[in-house]
Design a protein around this ligand. Structure first.
Ligand SMILES: [Zn+2]
Length: 82
């Protein structure tokens, strides 16, 4: 069986790996802390941070990690005396 380029592109799209702005989990983890801080402070998100958010929305694994990180940051914030 041989697939045309078009069919392959469609397949990859279904799997969700062709989006140019998609990032892998490792890349997401690298920016997760920065993203969590930005979220907590209500900072506007730059393009890289938007990509992190997009990834979290489609990746339950990173979403879990992000939630834990957010909880941790909030806990730190609550005990902050400043
Ligand atoms: Zn992920």
């Amino acid at each position: 069986m041989s697939l045309s380029k078009n069919q392959i592109a469609k397949l990859l799209q279904l799997i969700g790996t062709t989006k140019e702005d998609s990032m892998d989990c490792e890349c997401c983890f690298d920016r997760l802390a920065e993203f969590a801080e930005a979220e907590l402070e209500g900072r506007s998100l730059c393009e890289a941070m938007m990509a992190v958010r997009t990834h979290i929305e489609s990746c339950p694994c990173c979403a879990d990690e992000f939630k834990a990180l957010l909880d941790g940051l909030r806990a730190i914030g609550n005990t902050d005396d400043c």
